[in-house]
Design a protein. Sequence first.
Length: 278
Amino acid sequence: MKERIKGAFTKRKILHFLKMALFVVALSLILLSLLGTVAHATGLVDDTINAENLYSKYPLSNYQLDFYVDNSWSWLPWNWLDGIGKSVQYGLYCITNFVWTISLYLSNATGYVVQEAYKLDFINDMADSIGQSIQTLAGVTENGFSSTGFYVGFLLLIILIVGLYVAYTGLIKRETSKALHAVINFVVVFVLSASFIAYAPDYIKKINEFSSDISTASLDLGTKIMLPNSDSEGKDSVDLIRDSLFSIQVEQPWLLLQFGNSNAEEIGTDRVEALVSV
């Protein structure tokens, strides 16, 4: 009786181990398929190689975690338990690498967005369209007034209102200077607004260029303050900012996960370069 119970318990234990092994294998296959999907999506990310910048020195795929689990003798009956443990270990490595891959591409996307936020100048590209839209709505162009537009439509009404105000102030209230100021203000506002609308594309470009120059100067000054000792003389400030983000979000975490240390000099620069360049 005891032998039967013992045999049944052993069979249950073996079945439990087999179920765990199948579960780990299935989970590993699913993770590998997901990793394949991520690999196919790398084309959606800017992967231009430029050795002058840290963030573009190597492709993002080179920063995958490198791991290996030896399962060469796990098929032997006396190594089944050890094989299950190695399969679980391999599954955990796959999960870690999958999470790291997602973080890797999200970090790269963040740096790309920051870079484009400073470099992308869509207002300057759309200045002509924006200016022409303003001119169409107002009815004022470089060639003069058009027959349509709210500016032309309301011009006669505004002149009538100003004329009534001037007549009331100057003739009835006898405040000639006040009436004269009203006429001068109306003429100045009319001329300035009409001039701005007539040359709206050029003014929009000039204002946008001025704003871009201020942003670039502020970024250069901030980079010199934040990175005073960097060997970055003559380097684009936007590239410096993205290099800093890449170092914080990708390089140092990758070193920590791969080597257990985030200092490349302590690990060995040649050792790090040999792994990341493959």
